[in-house]
Write a protein that binds this ligand. Structure first.
Ligand SMILES: *Cc1c(COP(=O)(O)O)cnc(C)c1O
Length: 482
């Protein structure tokens, strides 16, 4: 997808697709939005979709499909065993990643369940650039622990570092020296590091990680869920990849790995997942768990229609015009917010735009869930639904105290090929208005706090009448109530 400079001087990302199926949206007025977020306990997870204008909660399972994907779904071969549909997926994965052994799953975390059950033993360690929630949960459930060894550059909120997802290779060597290679269950590299803002991993770094694995006989596992974004960043940011096709870059990555797994809710714009394995013996150890947890080996819990869509989606992921849409829209949004002085994570990554709430609402204490408060305020001001990524998403300690998160973020995910640029401009404008009126935003307090997964189901209330004052200011500024 090219960035085009208009005659007026403005530079915009130009969509290389046209929309042929649409879903009607509504923009409820601000009184309705205040009522909806109040009914949802100020928790954006509890909003009803009919009250949401732009759903930027997640990029999982909500990416747009192409005409070719939808057409493929119509010719799916629905059978339990020996399905031609599954053979097409297997062939496609072998062709793209060059690994012979494939296991289908119903989604990404199911891959993690199988990998952890087979490779993680009590007391073992899994070094990784950064954890993902479901990954860590499965490793811990099997008695292992996660060691995050992201490079220090990765945790700087604002920087111009192109590969913030890179692993600290010296730290990996130290871990092996300290604990011994036999304690390391596997080494995990996550493409497009989700929880630190969709930041990519360089090919050079992966190569260094591979060298450490080779020296100590370690298994290298690559979480490719956000690989599409990572591929685009390799093509545009890493000199060694500039003259390679997306397919060639993909193959260079795969050739360095022993196992590649992914959530097809993100990679391939469908729903499902798969584990690709180089070694037949390892494949055989994992295979028995697929019928147990997923379904027979020729569908793994996916519907055949989704498998067909995924097979085509994986092929389309090899097209730079396709994979550049998300990162370019995100870069546009991050650039426009940054230009207005609004604190965002830089450089722009994949996945979405991340607002740095510690700076946005520096007057709201973390103990009053500043990121949750901003997510609530943004919904009131715009009908845009984002996700809190901060203290609210942490667990309370057994003694009742609350660990404060390292970062307070509101994540605004950019589902791939879903929004138009005018919708993105609308979100930018309303965030800008909120920034100008940020002193009106106050904190939140729990009224219902579940013991586990409180961020999914918890209900909160504003600590004062700040939401009424925000609505009054909005009406004063915009005249109408939209
Ligand atoms: C989403 C995600 C997963 C889990 O995939 P699901 O399909 O949601 O189970 C694992 N790893 C990463 C990096 C992800 O982004």
């Amino acid at each position: 997808m090219p960035s085009v400079r208009f005659f007026s001087g403005e530079t915009v990302p130009l969509e290389m697709h046209k929309v042929r199926v649409v879903q009607k949206l509504t923009l409820p007025d601000i009184d309705t939005r205040l009522a909806a977020i109040t009914a949802a306990g100020n928790n954006t997870f509890l909003l009803q979709n009919r009250d949401v204008f732009m759903d930027m909660l997640t990029d999982s399972g909500v990416n747009a499909m192409s005409d070719r994907q939808v057409a493929a779904m119509m010719v799916a071969d629905d059978s339990y065993a020996g399905s031609a549909t599954y053979t097409r997926l297997e062939t496609r994965l072998r062709e793209i990643f060059g690994m012979d052994w494939i296991l289908p799953t119903h989604q990404g975390r199911a891959c993690e369940n199988i990998l952890a059950q087979v490779l993680v033993t009590p007391g073992s360690i899994v070094p990784m650039n950064y954890h993902f929630t479901t990954t860590k949960a499965h490793i811990v459930l099997n008695g292992g622990r996660v060691e995050e060894i992201i490079h220090a550059r990765g945790l700087e909120v604002t920087s111009d570092e192109p590969f913030k997802g890179d692993m600290d290779v010296a730290a990996l060597e130290r871990l092996v020296a300290e604990h011994g290679a036999e304690r390391i269950a596997f080494v995990r590299v996550e493409a497009g590091t989700n929880l630190i803002g969709g930041q990519p991993v360089s090919l050079a770094n992966l190569r260094e990680v591979r060298a450490v694995c080779d020296r100590h006989g370690l298994t290298l596992v690559y979480d490719a869920s956000l690989m599409a974004d990572n591929l685009y960043f390799l093509k545009t940011r890493e000199a060694a990849c500039r003259d390679l096709s997306i397919r060639e870059i993909t193959r260079q990555i795969a050739d360095l790995c022993d196992v590649i797994y992914f959530s097809a809710r993100k990679l391939g714009c469908a729903r499902g997942g798969a584990i690709c394995v180089r070694d037949e013996a390892l494949y055989n150890r994992m295979r028995g768990l697929v019928p147990l947890y997923e379904g027979f080996l020729t569908y793994g819990g996916m519907s055949v229609r989704e498998i067909e869509a995924l097979t085509v989606g994986l092929d389309e992921t090899m097209d730079e015009d396709m994979i550049s849409q998300g990162p370019q829209f995100i870069a546009y949004m991050v650039g426009e917010l940054d230009r207005r002085g609004i604190p965002v994570i830089t450089p722009a990554g994949g996945l979405g735009c991340h607002i740095d709430v510690m700076r946005f609402l520096d007057h709201v204490p973390q103990a009053q869930y500043s990121a949750g408060a901003l997510a609530s305020a943004l919904y009131i001001a715009s009908g845009v639904r984002g996700m809190e990524r901060g203290t609210l998403s942490e667990q309370r300690a057994p003694d009742g105290t609350e660990p404060l998160a390292n970062m307070e973020l509101v994540r605004l995910a950019m589902p791939r090929r879903v929004f138009t640029l005018s919708q993105v401009k609308y979100a930018i404008d309303r965030i800008d208005w909120l920034w100008q009126n940020r002193r009106l935003v106050g904190g939140l307090t729990f009224v219902e706090e579940p013991e586990i997964l409180r961020f999914f189901y918890g209900r909160l209330a504003p600590v004062s009448d700040w939401q009424q004052r925000l609505v009054a200011q909005f009406k004063a500024d915009f005249g109408d109530s939209l």
